[in-house]
Design a protein around this ligand. Structure first.
Ligand SMILES: NC(=O)c1ccc[n+]([C@@H]2O[C@H](COP(=O)([O-])OP(=O)(O)OC[C@H]3O[C@@H](n4cnc5c(N)ncnc54)[C@H](OP(=O)(O)O)[C@@H]3O)[C@@H](O)[C@H]2O)c1
Length: 294
């Protein structure tokens, strides 16, 4: 990829929730200085998903093709960059299709499959033997975005296979910067950091659900307070990147003899803090083992 605006064909293999969000980001980028998506080829599992993607991107019809999975190989063949965005458990099925691995050989691969390491990507693409003999060389980036990509507010972590060029890593970073913020991270800390950005949101949503139950118990309807609760939580959280330490902030909010300290003491009594820690550690453990579960 050169220093002038680079025109690229991108294939999204598995254009589901996240694939669609990322495709929307690069088709209509916030930063259009360096790259332009000349063509986007998407694949999905079913015809109903094919219609969904065609409808979502109706405005980009002239540079978009949506296929079902039987066309994964030709989609990859057409592309400069391939985004692997199907579910990790599907990987053997997708990679075992004759011609798929071969089609990937000279492409830049970006994988968002949770728990799939860059070595597993090399193994899938070249086979065990080639990897152990050091004959596998992939230009690939492993990334972990989150669902907020749908509103372009994701945090994405990424790492790359050794030997991946700076320009290819820069492109991957650009892709995820179109749907939020992108941060490079070493692969050794990927599992814990990935679950923090990928799963922690669902834990916090569970907390929100519990808070809303209290409103209902006190006779207030959930929809009346849902956005108030969520928006006040978002506002409070934003104080942290603005410079407030979370622990200090919590102490400031909990005034002597007040309501907040009572609520916090209740949560500590119920072991909520260590429950969050255990939940994330369990998720990180699962992430570490996913590449070896075939
Ligand atoms: N969800 C998250 O918050 C999150 C966060 C970080 C990373 N991830 C990772 O992102 C990836 C996508 O997650 P998602 O939530 O977007 O899943 P999703 O909505 O289920 O999307 C998966 C897509 O793959 C398609 N598909 C199924 N079989 C296929 C095949 N053989 N070839 C090509 N496409 C096929 C599905 O089509 P049909 O629906 O028609 O079968 C669907 O469009 C996963 O690997 C996940 O680990 C997810």
């Amino acid at each position: 990829m050169g220093s002038r605006k680079t025109q690229l064909t991108v294939a999204v293999i598995g254009c589901g929730t996240l694939g669609t969000a990322i495709a929307a980001g690069i088709l209509d980028p916030k930063d259009n200085k360096a790259y332009e998506i000349k063509r986007l080829v998407c694949t999905v599992g079913t015809e109903s998903s094919q219609r969904r993607v065609e409808t979502v991107f109706a405005n980009h019809r002239s540079r978009l093709t949506v296929f079902t999975a039987e066309h994964n190989v030709s989609a990859v063949q057409e592309a400069d960059v391939v985004l692997l965005a199907f579910k990790p458990f599907k990987r053997a099925e997708v990679f075992e299709v004759p011609g798929f691995k071969e089609a990937l050989r000279d492409k830049v691969i970006i994988s968002i499959m949770a728990g799939i390491t860059t070595s597993e990507l090399s193994r899938l693409s070249f086979g065990e033997q080639a990897v152990s003999k050091g004959e596998a060389s992939l230009q690939s980036v492993r990334a972990m975005p989150n669902m907020a990509a749908r509103i372009r507010e994701a945090v994405t972590l990424y790492t790359s296979t050794p030997g991946t060029s700076k320009e290819n890593i820069d492109f991957a970073s650009w892709v995820f910067s179109q749907v939020g913020e992108a941060y490079p991270i070493p692969e050794k800390s990927f599992d814990i950091c990935a679950v923090l950005v990928g799963c922690a949101g669902s834990l916090l949503l569970l907390a929100i659900d519990g808070l809303l139950d209290a409103a209902v118990a006190e006779g207030v309807r959930r929809p009346e307070v849902q956005n108030l609760v969520v928006n006040s939580a978002i506002g409070m959280m934003k104080l942290v990147p603005a410079g407030d330490h979370p622990g200090v902030l919590r102490e400031k909010i909990a005034s002597p003899g007040g309501c907040s300290i009572r609520a916090l003491m209740e949560l500590e009594k119920l072991g909520v803090r260590s429950a969050f820690t255990s939940a994330i550690l369990a998720a990180a453990e699962k992430s570490k083992n996913m590449s070896s579960t075939r």
